[in-house]
Design a protein around this ligand. Structure first.
Ligand SMILES: Nc1ncnc2c1ncn2[C@@H]1O[C@H](COP(=O)(O)OP(=O)(O)OP(=O)(O)O)[C@@H](O)[C@H]1O
Length: 364
């Protein structure tokens, strides 16, 4: 089963501290949502409010269109899978997975059949008679997932479920988790502070910071068209170039930056329309810089820059560049593998216009 989830203006305070600050969110049935943000930003608090382990100080939660704000966890159509998922050590996997069904009074034959079906889903049917200590960390994690899904929640809440796994296994489990979610169609809300994990699994990512939602959208949108400087910086490496809007007409704005003047289409301003005098920050990902002449489509020239350092990364050179006329600025740019990059070299820089996002400077 599956259900949509809505959070309406939820605030959670602990004494004088506001852990969640007026958060609203609409999740569609069957979506894989990731709550992403640094430690302490309120991800677990929001997940706990969805699961019923915490009540919001203000605001409300609906699941499947029904108000759930003060409904106990066991009475919600949700299951929460914690990072330190505890399997019962003395029970076979089939009994671990069937445990929740037993608690709900399901008979042994039916329960066993269902448990085997979910073990099959996570690729462990052949191990149904083994016990947890005979499994690897990744396998135990899969059993925990099978157990959580066996009770047929409308919404599965996952709190850093891959946090205890090593990096390689983590990446593998991300792919599996996504594939399983697509097969069962249950709404998943998954907490992580790992941006790559979020991109690997999410249909939509909720970027959180200091108790608020900074950005919400598909991974590619958040990466390419971030709606806040925090979001841009959290979703991978980015260069922030300060600027001032000098003039605006109906199609473009002229922005003065420390090493020149650029004309940007209005569409580059993703959050608020540009106005003369506004301080803006141009966000440019390292892979979007090109040597002038190599850039595709309509481009903006950023003048000459000196290579002050470079390292070969296999797929590209990662370069530090100093733009002419901006002695105290350093830009990180990726140049193609084929580029002949050397320290001290001067290169004319350009960026495809569509790859520049201009956001209001300042903020929280
Ligand atoms: N019961 C509590 N009493 C007081 N403060 C709390 C309580 N629970 C959480 N907080 C505070 O609220 C803030 C948000 O906590 P939360 O656990 O939601 O963060 P998080 O984003 O999940 O972080 P992490 O990735 O470290 O788990 C933190 O500053 C935390 O110290």
């Amino acid at each position: 089963m599956t259900a949509p989830v809505s959070v309406h203006n939820a605030t959670k305070t602990f004494g004088s501290f506001t852990a969640l600050d007026d958060v609203s969110l609409d999740i569609k049935a069957g979506e894989f949502i990731v709550l992403l943000g640094p430690s302490g930003c309120g991800k677990t608090t929001l997940l706990s409010i969805l699961g019923g382990f915490l009540s919001p100080t203000r605001g409300k939660v609906t699941i499947g269109g029904k108000e759930m704000t003060n409904v106990a966890p066991a009475k919600r159509p949700t299951t929460t899978m914690f990072q330190d998922y505890a399997l019962f050590p003395h029970m076979k996997l089939r009994d671990n997975v069937g445990f929740g069904l037993r608690m709900r009074g399901m008979g042994k034959t039916e329960r066993d059949e269902k448990a085997l079906g979910f073990l099959d889903l996570v690729g462990l049917k052949a191990s149904a008679d083994r016990k947890p200590h005979e499994l690897s960390g990744g396998q135990r994690q899969r059993v925990a997932l099978a157990r959580a899904l066996a009770v047929d929640p409308d919404v599965l809440l996952l709190d850093e479920p891959l946090g205890a796994l090593d990096l390689k296994l983590r990446r593998q489990m991300q792919d599996e988790l996504k594939a399983i979610q697509k097969r069962v169609g249950t709404t998943f809300v998954h907490v992580t502070h790992d941006q790559e994990e979020a991109m690997a699994i999410a249909d939509r990512i909720v970027v959180m910071n200091r108790g608020r939602i900074e950005d919400f959208g598909p991974p590619a949108d958040i990466y390419m068209r971030p709606r806040s400087l925090f979001s841009a910086g959290f979703m991978g490496e980015v260069n922030f170039i300060p600027g001032t809007v000098k003039a605006v007409d109906q199609v473009a704005a002229i922005v003065e930056i420390p090493f020149g003047t650029v004309g940007l289409p209005i569409a580059s301003f993703t959050v608020s329309a540009p106005a003369a005098g506004h301080a803006v920050t141009l966000c440019i990902r390292p892979e979007h810089f090109r040597r002038a002449g190599d850039a595709e489509g309509p481009t903006v020239s950023l003048g000459q820059a000196e290579v002050t350092g470079s390292a070969f990364f296999g797929t590209h050179y990662r370069c530090h560049l100093k733009p002419a006329g901006a002695a105290d600025m350093s830009i990180v740019a990726h140049m193609p593998q084929s580029a002949d990059v050397a320290d001290g070299q001067i290169m004319p820089l350009a960026v495809t216009l569509a790859d520049i996002v201009a956001l209001p400077s300042g903020g929280r």
